[in-house]
Design a protein around this ligand. Structure first.
Ligand code: SF4
Ligand code: SF4
Length: 106
């Protein structure tokens, strides 16, 4: 089982890259006073996408946290649905590019 992650809010620059990329929408931010990004660990599947994107390396694994297997499975279902949607978007984009290229050639 992959470890879930947490944000060290000190160095976080609130760029939102992690939040926009998370396939399970586990990352939220709050605008109370200073904007703060927070990970809902029950939704995290430990995919590491946010870790790789963070420009200041302030997302770390939480090795102590033990996910609830039922909630973890439901987060994985959400991630699979997200991946399927993204594949659809990429296919549509490729199709538009192909049609545009055909128009240019014609
Ligand atoms: S590790 Fe994956 S699922 Fe967990 S918060 Fe980061 S992007 Fe989301
Ligand atoms: S990617 Fe890193 S710096 Fe940007 S909001 Fe997420 S945790 Fe903060």
């Amino acid at each position: 089982m992959l470890p879930v992650v947490e944000i060290d809010v000190g160095p976080c620059i609130n760029c939102s890259l992690c939040r926009r990329a998370c396939p399970t929408e586990a990352i939220n931010y709050f605008s109370t006073g200073q904007r703060t990004h927070v990970i809902d660990k029950e939704l995290c599947i430990g995919c590491d996408i946010c870790v790789k994107l963070c420009p200041v390396d302030c997302i770390n694994q939480d090795l102590e946290y033990k996910p609830d297997p039922i909630k973890l499975e439901s987060a994985k279902v959400k991630a699979r649905a997200y991946a399927k949607r993204q594949r659809g978007v990429r296919t549509a984009r490729r199709e538009r590019a192909r049609r545009a290229a055909e128009k240019v050639r014609a």
